[in-house]
Design a protein around this ligand. Structure first.
Ligand code: UD1
Ligand code: CA
Length: 452
């Protein structure tokens, strides 16, 4: 049974108080409307039709491209009027029309599938989602025959009597319509008495009057129906999404010491028996192996970590840590950095576009930029690669087993040979041959006289 999807997103979003379109605000690394576009893509073959207002037209199209088709609603004359704008595109293409909102990102695919199947099975004119909430404010109330029988209609809060306002069964605003009924009935909706809007909800009574069936699926967890109107709603949605992600990883064998302060992005992957300590942020395309110990106070973005890695109070961006390596406290791996197997980077280290070789150690207050370090190298406290001459960046190579004395300045381009040693405070301006010792400013071998 062919189903097409209409996504309503032309509302003014005034309560969100933002210069940017509300539905393009990032919710856990994706614009809010992305969740709805994703649902649509999983439920329908054809791209959904998004109903948008003129203010956000360009931005949405730039962002979503051909994942959607677009129709403009120039005047906000209500949800019925909004869906009507999609008629020229969809009138003849499908048997079912699913109406979604661009600001309801917590809805689950299963719920919508259930709704679509119920409509198909009953051939109802309308299958709708309902929910019971303690606070019904802002929602349309469901009117049933004798209070609990067949659905008779929906009354909007603005138009409801005090008795109707007391009804706890609410309209989520998500429907699957039988397409023939929808496109025939939509143009016949009359403007509402109080607000003069064309209410999509009027279709329910119109179906009942036409002796067509109206069926409903009630959702168990009211949070699924959360519409994001304010930044407070936004924060609730964010918390719910985080909780869903955290629960997933706990069920996969990851220990979260304090889930409330653990922030795991939607695209992160974590191996079993890894422990995540409080106040840890894992973002972007980050992959963490098994048996790692991450945090407290770690920020890791777009990184790949092997097994048994340890990260304490450090910031890692676009970097790699191989098995059994460790960093922190207070380390910073910048873009293109790699800690090879068993490498150790301690307090106040910084690396950029550099590799610390297998088993190598950089314990205290050092900077490596554009540097290739071999195996079992010791980088003494305060070592700095002077990789930038004011115009260009230059490379440093430190070969296997070299010992870099404390406070060495390596003025790139420069190479320290295998097993070579630099004395404390050396300023190395020329390559150091393998196995030799250099010291002083500028650094020289013992056999060389000091240069004037
Ligand atoms: C609507 C329902 C209400 C339901 C509630 C659930 C109607 C008349 N009422 O009310 O029964 O309980 O949703 O959230 O449908 N929109 C447009 N163009 C418009 C008006 C709205 O595109 O002219 C879009 C909005 O961007 C939004 C959605 O439609 O995504 C719902 O609009 P909103 O104004 O929030 O409807 P409610 O008054 O909350
Ligand atoms: Ca709303």
């Amino acid at each position: 049974m062919a189903l097409s999807v209409v996504i309503l997103a032309a509302g003014m979003s005034t309560r969100f108080k933002s210069e940017r379109p509300k539905v393009l605000h990032d919710l856990e690394e994706r614009p809010m409307i992305d969740y709805t576009l994703d649902l649509a893509a999983r439920l329908a073959l054809e791209p959904p039709v998004v109903v948008i207002g003129p203010e956000i037209e360009a931005e949405i199209q730039t962002w979503a491209g051909d994942r959607a088709r677009y129709v403009l609603q120039r005047e906000r004359l209500g949800t019925g009027h909004a869906v009507l704008q999609a008629a020229p595109v969809l009138r003849t293409t499908s048997e079912q029309v699913l109406v979604l909102y661009g600001d309801m990102p917590l809805l689950k695919e299963d719920t919508l599938l259930q709704l679509a199947r119920l409509q198909a099975a009953t051939d109802a004119a309308v299958a709708m989602l309902t929910v019971e909430r303690d606070n019904p404010r802002g929602f349309g109330r469901i009117l049933r025959r004798g209070g609990s029988g067949d659905i008779l209609g929906i009354v909007e809060e603005a138009e409801a009597t005090p008795e109707q306002r007391a009804i706890r069964e609410l309209n989520v605003g998500i429907y699957v319509f039988e397409a023939g009924f929808l496109w025939d009935a939509l143009p016949q909706i009359k403007p509402s008495a109080r607000k003069g809007e064309y209410y999509l909800t009027d279709l329910v009574k119109m179906a009942v009057d036409a002796r067509r069936e109206v069926v409903s699926v009630s959702i168990d967890d009211p949070v699924e129906a959360l519409g994001i109107n304010t930044r407070a709603d936004f924060a609730v949605a964010q918390a719910v999404m985080r909780q869903r992600v955290n629960e997933h990883w706990m069920l996969e064998g990851v220990t979260l010491v304090d889930a409330a302060t653990t922030y795991i992005g939607p695209n992160v992957v974590i191996g079993p028996d890894t422990t995540i300590h409080p106040n840890t942020h894992l973002r972007g395309q980050t992959v963490i192996g098994a048996g790692c110990d991450i945090g407290p106070n770690a920020i890791i973005e777009n990184c790949t970590l092997g097994d048994r890695c340890r990260v304490l109070a450090s910031v890692l961006e676009d970097a790699v840590m191989e098995d059994d390596s460790d960093i922190g406290p207070f380390g910073h791996l910048r873009k293109g950095s790699r800690l090879c197997q068993g490498a150790h980077m301690g307090n106040f280290g910084e690396m950029k576009q550099s590799t610390l070789g297998p088993g190598s150690k950089m314990g205290h207050m050092s900077y490596l930029g554009d540097t290739e370090t071999g195996a079992n190298v010791n980088i003494g406290a305060g070592t700095i690669t002077c990789n930038y001459d004011g115009e260009r960046k230059h490379a440093t190579v430190i070969e296997d087993g070299a010992f870099i004395g404390s406070d060495t300045m390596l003025v790139a381009p420069v190479r320290v040979g295998k097993g070579a040693t630099t004395g404390a405070g050396a300023v190395v301006t020329r390559d150091v041959p393998p196995g030799t010792i250099v010291y002083g400013v500028p650094a020289r071998a013992k056999s060389e006289p000091p240069s004037e």
